[in-house]
Design a protein around this ligand. Structure first.
Ligand code: CTP
Length: 455
């Protein structure tokens, strides 16, 4: 009888060993499937500590596996069971019921999980306990963030502070947080790290106060509307050895990183043009706040991220035009043109104009097309003059995607890294520079900043 089981087997522990022993005892040959890192990433299992080879070695050293295979994609189990002639599929009882669909192919056995030990627990212990996170702001985005934080191991949202105490209280209750604070400094005193989701114009002040108290900062985009503040904050974080990360979720998602890698690898030749559009219709609310609203401050972080990841920060010219309809307090549509020595790029953002939200990366050999919502990259394709060369790429984007930025933030803190190659300080600073310049200097068009007389 051939038995198969699957797992991540990170920081191999007693629970793993006992599971493999019992699985092996069900038959006479045991096959163990170890998940690849990209499969774990794509299914949202973040924060795995050991690389695939080390995890395979863990299983090998247990001496219990007769064969080890790598699990690389969803749906592989059915394939493996048939290909390898498996009789029994065994897995821990934490999965009870989840693999009943395999009963069409073999016997399915759920083995009782060993109590009191897990990789998650070991990861937390080795990292000095669970990271305590505080939240600033109690709005929609903070809500989504706290929901997503459940999917990231090693971190716990402890408390919240908001300018209005009553909304912080409601928020804390809704998410079962330990505390809503009346005072921002009280929140800082109880946490290791802070997530800032307050109105854009207030980010810099909260980030500075947190860094000055030795608290790591994950800050919603745009980090600041004034580039000098972004530079100061990164300098402060570096000086204090703290992590400061701008929460542009797209940057940390597996699909987007893959897209960037394919383009930078030269798959479509040399990149000469990037066109990125993001529009989201909103009719009222803080997006129309004259101080920090408008389509640029709301949305430009996404298209600018794509442009900067693909072409770098050394653009030589920047021009922008904005549409500000009569009676509107802010611009509602903006087109930003960047010129690089060997390439051009355009970003379009709209809160009062709807357009197709696509990303097109044009190269000397072909182009890369990412359909909307490209900022939650799940799918893209490369296309060439010869249609036979076209390729399609698929990835997963789990939930709202905020888990990816939080997982990166947590692993940076754990590893003592102050920079992430997924979004470098220099890239966040360049984005802030562009946003500041565009908000200050964009040329009015159409209905225009100067109210247009339609009569
Ligand atoms: N397992 C077990 N007893 C434990 C922990 C894990 O029987 N205490 C089993 C799981 O049910 C699974 C296999 O070991 O069948 C591999 O699990 P894996 O996900 O690698 O380990 P966990 O410790 O559960 O990892 P994590 O905490 O990251 O979820």
């Amino acid at each position: 009888m051939r038995v198969i089981t699957y797992g991540t087997f990170d920081l191999f522990h007693e629970g793993h060993r006992r599971l493999l022993e019992r699985a092996k005892a069900l038959g006479d040959e045991l096959i163990v499937g170890v998940t690849s890192s990209s499969y774990d990433d794509s299914r949202g299992k973040l924060n795995v500590h050991q690389p695939l080879l080390a995890r395979i070695r863990n299983v090998e050293e247990s001496g219990l596996a007769d064969q080890i295979i790598v699990e690389e994609y969803e749906g592989q189990k059915i394939h493996d069971i048939q290909k390898l002639g498996v009789d029994i599929f065994a897995i821990g009882s934490d999965w009870l019921g989840a693999f009943d669909y395999l009963k069409d192919y073999c016997q399915v056995v759920y083995l009782e999980r060993t109590k009191g030990v897990s990789s998650t627990q070991l990861r937390n212990e080795s990292a000095g306990g669970v990271l305590k996170l505080g939240v600033v702001g109690a709005g929609r985005i903070a809500d989504r963030f706290v929901n997503e934080a459940r999917y990231v191991s090693g971190v716990n949202v402890e408390g919240v502070w908001s300018r209005r105490f009553d909304s912080a209280e409601v928020f804390a209750e809704r998410h079962e947080l330990a505390r809503a604070h009346r005072n921002f400094d009280d929140l800082l005193a109880t946490v290791d790290a802070l997530y800032i989701a307050s109105p854009h114009g207030s980010h810099a002040e909260y980030a500075r106060r947190a860094l000055n108290r030795g608290v790591h900062v994950l800050c919603e985009k745009p980090l600041t509307l004034v580039a000098e503040q972004a530079r100061e904050l990164f300098a402060l974080a570096e000086e204090r050895g703290l992590v400061l990360l701008e929460a542009i979720k797209t940057a940390f998602s597996p699909g987007f990183q893959r897209m960037i890698a394919i383009a930078r690898m030269g798959e479509i030749g040399t990149v000469r043009s990037v066109e990125a559009t993001f529009t989201k219709l909103v009719s009222a609310g803080r997006e129309y706040d004259p101080a920090d609203g408008g389509s640029v401050s709301e949305l430009a972080s996404y298209p600018l991220l794509a442009i900067i990841k693909l072409l770098g920060v050394d653009f030589v010219d920047l021009r922008a035009s904005s549409l500000r309809p009569k009676n509107a307090a802010v611009e509602t549509f903006t087109k930003i043109d960047l010129t690089y020595p060997q390439a051009v790029a355009t970003a379009r953002t709209g809160i009062g104009v709807k357009s197709k939200g696509e990303l097109i990366v044009a190269g000397t050999e072909g182009y890369l097309y990412v359909p909307a919502p490209w900022w939650k990259t799940e799918y893209f394709e490369t296309r060439f003059e010869d249609p036979a060369r076209a390729r399609r790429y698929y990835s997963r984007f789990e939930g709202d995607g905020l888990r990816y930025e939080l997982a990166e933030f947590v692993s940076m803190i754990r590893a003592g890294d102050v920079q992430s190659f997924k979004l470098r300080p220099s890239e966040s600073i360049a984005i802030a520079e562009i946003i500041e310049a565009v908000r200050r200097d964009s040329v009015p068009f159409g209905v225009a900043q100067r109210p247009f007389d339609s009569s």
